[in-house]
Design a protein around this ligand. Sequence first.
Ligand code: ACO
Length: 174
Amino acid sequence: MSSFTPDNQLELFFPADLISPEVKSQLHPDVHLRPLASTDYRRGHLDVLAVLTVVNDPGESEWVAQFNRMRQCPNTYYPIVIVDRKTDRIIGAGSVLIERKFLRGLGSVGHIEDIAVDKNQQGKKLGLRIIQALTYVSENSGCYKTILNCSDANIPFYQKCGYEKKENEMAKYA
Ligand code: ACO
């Protein structure tokens, strides 16, 4: 078990002050919500994402290379995590991608992606806090809407987070 690493000892993906203070104040004191850090591979980032889909662990150096590639696109990717302060392990994750458009007066849209809460931690409002924090980032980035795709089974969860069903998703896998 490792001791908790504070934000000022981490290389964070984006500035921590973009995280909603209100959402942080609603979290249990045993957990901390922050931007993804360059050492989060070691805190189990991929283990948490594995509750969502197939992960295929690329190893730490490739994970870090991806972290750096994504960070080279400024003001675009906003990955966040929730860390258990007692273990310094990641127990929740999610991200919002800010898409810039030519329409709506050069407007932007926030795309929420890859929401995952560790199986043993589900049902404690962590998923809700992740969505609230990502929506705050999206709205503070000037997005005129924030959208996401989900299964029918997750529709009630997103409705509890204040989202409503609109249109349909289409997909073509390679
Ligand atoms: N059906 C009905 N209600 C639900 C469901 C569900 N499947 N999941 C959560 N809720 C409700 C909760 O009961 C709670 O309601 P309440 O306020 O009345 O008590 C509210 O939604 C908030 O729930 P949380 O406790 O915040 O949910 P949790 O922390 O368990 O996170 C999540 C939900 C993210 C769906 C989690 O169960 C999970 O990781 N599932 C596996 C991965 C997954 O499906 N991720 C989403 C993919 S879609 C995407 O990434 C855009």
